[in-house]
Design a protein around this ligand. Structure first.
Ligand code: ZN
Length: 343
């Protein structure tokens, strides 16, 4: 059994959950990611998380997914763990309330009755949710947002997604997509975003946007961009990770890019804190994991630039569940399908 890694920034620290925090019912969550399959098994003793190589859904599309869920169940069996009575699934997609996938741009799936297909093939009650929504549930119930009834999660990866808990409820919105915090406009008339709007938060701090900004500045200032360009064969290969590595090596241009990214992120989070009045802001995702240095300037901006009543009670924390957040949250939601466990 492994507890999730812990890590926080801001005035109040939290620890990894005690065993008492885990649900009594066992359940499994599966994260059908854009490039990998991860699962988490949740039970009274904690979390078991694993990834499976070469999942079928990446080759065969949705019809391969049931076999992948069964492979996760077999992996649990091999570890001697009791079979879970329910399964949760997180997928990077617009998901209807009934668990159908309306559109999954990264996977190329459209209009798939995913929940009913999985239930029929696997034979277990199943819940299907958007991956970022699942990650929000994970961080809220078992991660850095534990105990907060008012929480904003911002996951900064290639794209930027989020989730909002207000008054102890995850906000769903009128058409089930509330939490798309990456697409709040930060700069009027600014950089073009993948959503077709201009100036979105994601168009500045998403991994793709950091890479794009880095390529542009390396192109415009080749002498300053030398450290970035030397790390790749072609300028198009510069990624957010390239910037992170150059930053670690003390490259001034990478430092400038990271500082600018921190300022954009801080400005976005200040707006979210004023708008939503959370007690906790959880920052996670690949960009944050790779550049945790982004968190202190965001925490400082939240402390000094938000409205005093909001600033007084809010803390900024690093996500605790890492790459397992989607699977853990999906497992938690599957457990809720079954109602409270036996005493
Ligand atoms: Zn956008």
């Amino acid at each position: 059994m492994s507890a999730p890694p812990s890590g926080t920034a801001g005035p109040a620290a939290t620890d990894a959950p005690s065993v008492a925090a885990y649900p009594r019912r066992r359940s499994m969550g599966v994260d059908f990611g854009g490039t990998k399959l991860a699962y988490a098994y949740l039970g009274p003793d904690g979390i078991v998380a694993n990834q499976l190589a070469d999942p079928a859904y990446l080759r065969e599309g949705p019809r391969g997914a049931a076999g992948d869920v069964l492979a996760c169940l077999h992996d649990l069996e091999r570890r001697g763990l009791p079979a879970p009575p329910a399964v949760g699934v997180g997928v990077a997609a617009q998901v209807t309330e009934a668990g159908a996938i309306r559109f999954a741009p990264n996977l190329g799936w459209r209009d798939v009755p995913f929940r009913s297909e999985l239930e029929n093939a696997v034979g277990l009650p199943t819940v299907v949710v958007n991956d970022v929504r699942a990650a929000t549930w994970g961080e809220w119930q078992l991660g850095a947002g534990r105990g907060s009834a008012d929480l904003v999660c911002l996951f900064v990866g290639t794209g930027v997604g989020g989730g909002i808990v207000s008054g102890g409820r995850v906000l769903e919105g009128a058409s089930h997509i509330a939490g798309e915090l990456g697409h709040t406009t930060l700069v009027a008339g600014g950089r073009i975003c993948h959503c077709h709007n201009r100036g979105c938060l994601e168009a500045y701090v998403g991994g793709w946007a950091i890479a794009e900004r880095a390529r542009e500045v390396a192109d415009a200032e080749p002498a300053n961009g030398r450290a970035l360009l030397d790390r790749v064969d072609r300028p198009e290969e510069i990624t957010a990770a390239t910037v992170g590595h150059a930053y670690r090596d003390g490259d001034p241009l990478a430092r400038r890019l990271v500082e600018e990214t921190a300022e954009y992120l801080a400005s976005g989070v200040v707006g979210l804190v004023n708008g939503l009045n959370p007690r906790t802001v959880v920052l996670g995702g690949g960009v944050i994991e790779g550049l945790p240095e982004l968190i202190p300037p965001v925490a400082e901006a939240v402390r000094t630039r938000t409205l005093p009543s909001a600033a007084d009670i809010v803390r900024v924390a690093k996500a605790q569940l890492g790459e397992s957040a989607v699977a853990v949250g999906a497992a938690f939601l599957a457990g809720r399908l079954l109602g409270p466990g036996e005493p």
